[in-house]
Write a protein that binds this ligand. Sequence first.
Ligand code: PAF
Length: 299
Amino acid sequence: MSTTTTPAVARSRSELLALRGTGPVVFVPTMGALHEGHATLMRIARERAGAEGTVVLSIFVNPLQFGPDEDLDRYPRTFDADLELAGAEGVDVVFAPTVAEMYPDGVPHEGPDGVVSEAVTVQPGPLADLLEGASRPGHFRGVLTVVAKLFGLVRPDVAVFGEKDYQQLALIRRMVGDLCLGIEIVGAETDREPDGLARSSRNRYLDAEQRQQAVALSRALRAAQERAPYGVPAARWAAMAVIKSEPGVELDYLALTTTGLGELPDYPEAGTEGRILVAARVGTTRLIDNLPLTFGGAR
Ligand code: PAF
C-alpha cells in the first residue's frame, strides 16, 4: 500500500511512545539521505505491517559508528526530502531523535586503555573484526549499540535491513539471536542503478567521472558470479581483472566467503552458495557492494 500522507514525526522517546499503535510494528532503521533503495525497504515494511500495523522509520546519523577520520560531518542530511519519500511509501511514523536524545550521557568513547567509557555498549564478537570491521575499527560496536537502542525504543515485531550492508545484516541477525531479542529480521536485496551501481547515500559524493568509475565494483562482482562455477580462484581472478582495469578505483578488500562470511575451500562442492564482498575508494568516497555466488559444476 502506498499513501501520500505526511508521516507523524517523533523527536523524543516520549513522542515516539505516544505514536506507537497497538498492531504489529515494522521498523526500518536508516541514517536518512533516503533513496530508491530505502524506498524498497519501506515498501517491504508497509506490506508486512498491513493495514493494522505501524511502519516506523528512524533517521539518525549515529556518531558512534563513524571513525575519527570518516564522513560524520559531511554525511548528507536531507530531512524534508526524506519525509516526503517516507510519506509516499506509506510510513506512519518517522523517529528522528537528536544525538542528545539517543546518548543522554554523551556518545560513548574509547578510554586511554582502549576500554569504552562508562556506558554499556554491544560487543559484536569476532565476526565484526573481518572485512568492514578490519577497515573501520569500532564500527560494528557503534552499529549494534545504536540498533539495540533503537529496538528498545521502537519495540518492533519485524525490522527490515538492506543486503548491501551484508556484514551488518549478518551481525544484526546474530545479535538478535544471541541476545534473544525476539525480532524478525528481514533482509532486502540490494537496489541498483540501471548500470548496476548499488544505490547508496554516499553515491551523492561522486562527481560524474567517479560515478562512471564506481560501476567497476558491481561489474567485478558480476564477473565473479559468472566464473564461480569454475571455483574460487577463477571467480576472484575475474573480479580482480575488472577492478585493476579501472585505475580510479582503489581497492580496500575483495573477499569470497561462505554465506556466513566464513572461509571457503578453493573448489567448493557443486551447488555451494557463497558471497563476494568488495570495498573500495573512488576519490575520497568509500563504497561497498556484494553479491551471492554459486560454486562448482564447471570444472
Ligand atoms: O545501515 C544503516 O543505515 C545504519 O548502519 C543503521 C543500521 C541505521 C544504524 O545506524
